[in-house]
Design a binder for this molecule. Structure first.
Ligand SMILES: Cc1cc2nc3c(=O)[nH]c(=O)nc-3n(C[C@H](O)[C@H](O)[C@H](O)COP(=O)(O)OP(=O)(O)OC[C@H]3O[C@@H](n4cnc5c(N)ncnc54)[C@H](O)[C@@H]3O)c2cc1C
Length: 262
């Protein structure tokens, strides 16, 4: 039996964007938080993503949270003292065929009812506001609140905010087991020894299923593989965040580097 080497009110498992953000928000509200990270903060999805902060590509159930998140992103640079390069770029969600347009119209009606500021732009108006598009694109929904940020800077900002609010982060500390002693009493196993806490927050991204199994919970999680492709630096080509009604594709150009991210 290992000895107890640390205590906290909440142990957060994983120092990606989710874990650091949760730790920061808890600490701001006076909770004592210890983050346990398998390697180092932000080495997994949170640093390898495309940085799109879109409203139009989110499920309806998530919209109330996403609207709040937009307000939080607007303030992060000032609040955390690190430039996260957040920009409201305006997003265009495209439709080619008549079926696509029908799907877009339904989606926009539902999103507007949920409070998203979005409207459909048809040809020829679409070509006027987005002359870079092929004329075969029949319509697009425009949302001024679709935005983007720099994922690497965002991790630095969240880490700074969390640590500055009193959060402790243990690197090279994979959680290997969790023992529930009571409803609000847990022992968390790490290579350094055990940590005793009142709650465990699983923020291990794609590995959350592994963490849940440590307390005999089976989560119905599956993993999708996403990829980001980046071009070389280029002069400004298009300002919008472009998505398509039929899939997960996002295309945008970074203002700071000129690279197009797909
Ligand atoms: C290619 C790609 C593009 C994407 N593009 C976008 C986009 O444009 N916009 C968008 O909003 N989202 C995008 N995403 C999704 C986004 O990146 C993720 O939703 C987000 O980063 C998840 O954050 P997380 O903190 O939950 O997970 P992660 O960043 O994966 O962090 C989990 C952390 O938990 C740690 N961990 C795991 N197991 C343990 C353990 N047992 N003990 C301790 N620590 C552990 C890991 O080491 C890791 O640091 C993209 C993802 C990918 C892969």
């Amino acid at each position: 039996m290992k000895e107890v080497v640390g205590e906290a009110e909440v142990c957060v498992v994983g120092a990606g964007a989710m874990g650091l953000s949760a730790a920061y928000q808890l600490a701001r509200r006076g909770t004592e938080v210890l983050v346990l990270e398998r390697t180092y903060p932000g080495l997994e999805s949170s640093a390898a993503n495309a940085g799109t902060l879109g409203l139009q590509n989110k499920p309806l159930a998530a919209i109330p949270l996403v609207l709040r998140a937009v307000e939080m992103w607007r303030q992060f640079t000032d609040e955390l003292g690190v430039d996260v390069e957040y920009e409201k770029r305006g997003g265009l969600r495209l439709a080619h065929s008549s079926e696509d347009v029908e799907q877009l119209e339904k989606g926009v009606a539902a999103q507007r009812a949920a409070g998203v500021d979005t409207e459909i732009v048809y040809q020829p108006e679409l070509s006027r506001i987005a002359p870079y598009l092929d004329s075969r694109v029949a319509a697009g929904s425009y949302c001024p609140d679709d935005g983007m940020a720099n994922p690497l800077a965002s991790i630095r900002a969240l880490l700074k905010g969390a640590v500055g609010s009193g959060v402790r982060v243990w690197n090279n500390s994979p959680v290997r087991g969790i023992e529930a002693l009571g409803d609000d009493d847990f022992l968390v196993g790490t290579p350094r020894g055990l940590v005793r806490c009142r709650a465990v927050l699983a923020a291990a991204g794609a590995w959350n299923g592994v963490v849940a199994r440590m307390v005999d919970v089976s989560l119905p999680l599956t993993t999708d593989i996403l990829q980001v492709v980046t071009t070389d630096m280029a002069p400004p080509i298009f300002p919008h965040i472009v998505t398509h009604v039929r899939g997960n594709l996002t295309v945008k150009q970074s203002r700071s580097t000129g690279r197009v991210l797909i």
